[in-house]
Design a protein around this ligand. Sequence first.
Ligand SMILES: [Zn+2]
Ligand SMILES: [Zn+2]
Length: 410
Amino acid sequence: MTLFSQDFVYEKFSDFYNSSSTEISPPALIGQREFAFLLFKERIMVRHKGFANINDLKLLLGETVPSDVYHSCAYYENPETEMDKKGWLGADLVFDIDADHIPTSCNKIHDEWTCSKCGFSGKGITPETCPICEDQRFDTKTWPCELCLNSAKEETAKLIDMLEKDFGFSSKEMRVFFSGHRGYHVHIESEAVKTLDAMARKEIVDYVSGIGLAILDEEAKERSKGRSSHVFSLHDFSWNRRLKLGMQNFLLKATKEDLRNVGIKNYVAVLQNKEAILKRCLEEGRWNSVKGISVETWTKIAEHVKNLESAKIDTVVTTDIHRLIRLAGTLHGKTGLRKVEFPVKRLEDFDPFKEAVAFKEGVVKVFVSDAPEFRLGGNVFGPYKSQTVELPTAAAVLLICRGRAEVVVK
Ligand SMILES: [Zn+2]
Ligand SMILES: [Zn+2]
């Protein structure tokens, strides 16, 4: 980013944080939270800040104009002291659903990674370690793409359904946010979760991810000598219900290709007996009542459905009881979009490319090196390749923050 572009973005962020109409929604018990800011020009993270109230916090945001603002999920006795002296009192239960962790078909088109050590690069999801030198640091080039955000939304819907139906959280207890970049956050601030330790949070992560879910009762399999009548007993609650409904859905729509992709060799038997399988096996639980549909077939279908039904969350975020998370209402330094809250029931209709737009006035001339077609604030832009265009502020800020455009100096 050129200095000129950086000044332009900084100025827009400054107008935003100094405007009386900007609403920042603080987390519960603001006085017990640690706050952190990433500074624009210095690119340093300032941590261990505390605020007694939202007005003090707003004043600081207006003066400092950070590129990113975070608060602790945790509650502390002394949020401003060093970590081991803070006095941990509890933490919200937080989920992060990010397109970075969801295998979408489009990430191979718009995502690139380059190993910081050896320079090896590739397309798609960034690997954990470099396949050449095993380093774990990468420069990544991603894009807040519409398809990716829709996938993230679907994962969020699955998560919320589990939190509601399986864990019993009410929609009032769950706060849902667009992250400002490539995903969604779900925060639960209720007393019931506050003092859960990292291990307990890991159990919740495993549950929603379907990790360690035993699909087959191995002992029953042994007893029944491979006959499938006793090995599945799917009742109407929790993962059992999810598997049952998921298998019904899958089988209803399954084509020859779908079945082959799941690894089912006798797909002809499945396709010919669809109705009987749905009724006798899934509805009545007579799993081995259709000839040719074995324990192996059921296990393969169930494994596939487990993957479809599990929620793809960033597991590290939920288990970290000291985690910093972006403050609602503030701007994301990689997009200039806001982290915005919306009611759980609006998840399906929520449009991040309209509702998270922060900059609504002005135009600016930019040179765009490379940008895919994108939609923002009700308009469609691009694709652009090495060209100068005049764009509304929000679109220009997005491209500059993604490293794809620079302000044209007059
Ligand atoms: Zn490498
Ligand atoms: Zn995408």
